[in-house]
Design a protein around this ligand. Structure first.
Ligand code: SAM
Length: 255
């Protein structure tokens, strides 16, 4: 995909009025720009919790040795590597993303784990129907201009009874004192440390203004369940991690 620069700011791009194609261009350009520092920033800003989140979500895909799996919005490939651990060397893992910069930054990992890489938009996947045993998306859906389209595509490319798994930031719970404390601390972190450290290390400050803002404006668990239903999935379940900061949504393509 050729990526033209847009004049949008990280916040403006989240407006409902922005054309999906313009948001997609902004997001692809932003990830191309932060790609060289993406892995480092992920580990620092999540204090390495991101690894456990992806590992857990990969288990939710219910893959077995020899299966085929797709990681959509794969970025530098950390979620795809977890899929490789699930399907073993006899299985097949494909990673897709529209940012050439992100895929290039993950090149060594993709090669080491024998992961096929396809540059593609999540809303128009270049794979046949019923190709994979499972499809996953990690911290990607929130960035897709029309997320229900990406979920529909994921549903289309998995086999009947195959799973679609979405790992995404969510809205921390506040139903007991510890989770309320966590929510306040995270709120402060996302307004101060996240944009400052993210901006400094990435050299692209607006990307780390976009990140907390996109998290704050992201859909509720119920809205995501509804989107998954609209995409054709059934038996939809959600599982909170880290006080609900992150949520794993799992749906099944009907038989
Ligand atoms: C926050 S990164 C997540 C990367 C990786 N999944 C992970 O767990 O670290 C989001 C990724 O989604 C990709 N992305 C966003 N919108 C997309 C779209 N419409 N089609 C394909 N990739 C997209 C971006 O290029 C970026 O690599």
């Amino acid at each position: 995909m050729s990526v033209e620069k847009t004049n949008l700011s990280g916040i403006r791009v989240l407006d409902q009025s922005v054309e999906p194609s313009e948001k997609a261009r902004y997001v692809a350009d932003m990830f191309d720009a932060i790609a060289p520092r993406y892995d480092l920033l992920n580990s620092v800003l999540s204090v390495r919790l991101d690894r456990g989140w992806r590992k857990f979500a990969a288990r939710c895909a219910a893959l077995t040795i020899g299966d085929t799996a797709l990681d959509v919005c794969s970025g530098t490939g950390d979620f795809a590597r977890e899929l490789r651990n699930r399907v073993g060397s006899s299985g097949k893992v494909t990673a897709s993303d529209f940012s050439s910069g992100m895929l290039e930054s993950g090149r060594a990992k993709f090669a080491a784990d024998n992961i096929s890489v396809v540059q593609a938009d999540a809303t128009n996947l270049p794979f046949p129907d019923r190709e994979f045993d499972a499809a996953v998306v990690g911290f990607g859906l929130r960035n897709v201009a029309v997320p229900v389209k990406a979920l529909s595509e994921m549903c289309r490319v998995v086999k009947p009874m195959g799973r679609v798994v979405c790992l995404e930031f969510s809205h921390p719970r506040e139903d007991e004192p510890l989770s309320r404390l966590f929510k306040s601390a995270f709120g402060l972190f996302s307004k101060t440390i996240l944009p400052t450290v993210g901006g400094l290390i990435s050299g692209r400050p607006e990307a780390y203004t976009y990140l907390p803002e996109s998290m704050a404006r992201w859909k509720t668990r119920d809205e995501i369940t509804e989107m998954m239903r609209q995409a054709g999935l059934v038996d939809i379940r959600t599982r909170d991690l880290t006080f609900g900061l992150v949520c794993v949504h799992v749906g099944v393509r009907p038989a």
